[in-house]
Design a protein around this ligand. Sequence first.
Ligand code: NAD
Length: 532
Amino acid sequence: MISRRALARVTRNATARSLSTRASAILSALDIPTNQEVPGVYDGTWGGSGDLLESVCPTTGEASPQELQTSLEKSREAYEVIRSVPAPRRGELLRQIREALAAKRDDLGALVSLEMGKIRTEGVGEVQEFVDIADYAVGLSRMMNGRVVASERPGHSILEVPNPLGVVAVLSAFNFPVAVYGWNLALSLAAGNATIWKPSHSTPLCSVAVTKIVANVLEKNGLPGAVAGLVIGGREAGEAVVESTLVDMVSFTGSENVGRQVGKVVQSRFGKVLLELGGNNASIIMPDADLDLAVPAVFFGAVGTAGQRCTSTRRLYLHRDIASEFLARLQKFYATLKPGDPLDSSTLLGPVHTRAAVGVYSNAVDRLRKAGADILRGGVPYGKNHLTEGLQGGNWVQPTIAVPVDVNVKDVIWKTETFAPILTVGVFDKLEEAIAWNNGVPQGLSSSLWTRDIRNVGKWIGPAGSDCGIVNVNVGTSGAEIGAAFGGNKSTGWGRESGGDAWKQYVRWSACTLNFSDEAPLAQGVSFASPA
Ligand code: NAD
């Protein structure tokens, strides 16, 4: 069954009544009705006819496989239109999308905050990321160059030509309900593809709001809306999209477990797949690090978005010489934390997204305790006495710092991504030991070294250094700019999105050998002369 409708009724939520009363203003600003069901499918027209689905703060619905099939077919038809629109004209569409997004940036950021639970500045920052990648893609639309390659045959030339790929399905995670789609849509549209978005079932209204903004631009320009289609749904909708041979590339962002299944299914039908999966990111602090910078960066990395970024700092490796001082200073930052309404500008700590995430957090802390870890801060969900009026119905966990008895990166404590604000700490003596710990886990997304010694930097970014896709120096693990390719290695999936050469995955490459001569020689001097 596919989610189809979003009911903009505010019933149950992470931060209860104080958010609910403000929801209607935010939803109205984004053209989402607050007193009726909201269609959750867009393929040029808005529709949907199934059961209702409830999301954390506002609410949504479900529908039928036939409607998904129709949307996919419309995406294919839309691809046949958009692929022939010249790339700089597609860039102009992206410029208009960028302008429309920027005009709604604050409202859309507030909706992210309301529905996902991250604090407002991070919600607005996420929309800004979409604006930034749209800017980037406007330029890219005039620079997606192929190559002319020297031919060994006289009078011949070889071209490497990028053409549009087809239909790109974007399956996204709950924690970046706007930006991940933005990274994909911008590159995919610049490249001349139709995109169909299957967002997380728990952030449907963000996807409806974004799709309305994009759809307005497409419709104003006389283009089929299915160039940027939407199907809201859960696992079944995701599976149907992934299995469909109408989809040329699946760009999947989510957990390692689901990504493993998605990768197999797409591979089994020889589709193209781009995987952006879990992170288990470490910061390493050398004795010469500037702690005035490093401590707040680790604090943001571990606690920002309530520990629900793929790049959140989950492991902290401290050199023995500064370990005590670092932990004392870090704990002072933790002591200032108060759970609060994420829409309030003074709040640093919002809720975790679901009730289930509270269970994941509690299980992980129990496991640490059983293994003899020292819990320096947190270790339990917030009790009602810590929560102000209106927050009691939400999903509140205390950011936790734990020091296990030793570092064994093969142990579940160290090797799994727990999507909650838990920071696990180890103490090392040599940089090589910390790099081995950094690299010893299955994931390879983000990593960060804090040092002022250029020799450490050389080791860290070189062949024997960090094996992650993001290898920072004096910058925390969490967050990234759009200019470089974003993604991780190993069980993070090897995918790259956003800047760098990421666009090259969204096109179909052809090697075209052209013969301008009066001869037809074979390559490598092969002779195949017929006696006739
Ligand atoms: P998830 O894997 O539960 O869901 C991701 C998406 O897959 C959702 O849209 C979901 O509906 C869909 N889905 C679920 N089962 C499916 C199936 N069998 N087939 C097809 N689709 C299916 O992830 P989540 O809990 O929403 O997000 C958190 C995870 O995402 C974390 O592991 C986080 O690290 C990761 N993430 C990674 C990046 C990155 O860039 N590497 C960015 C954001 C989030």
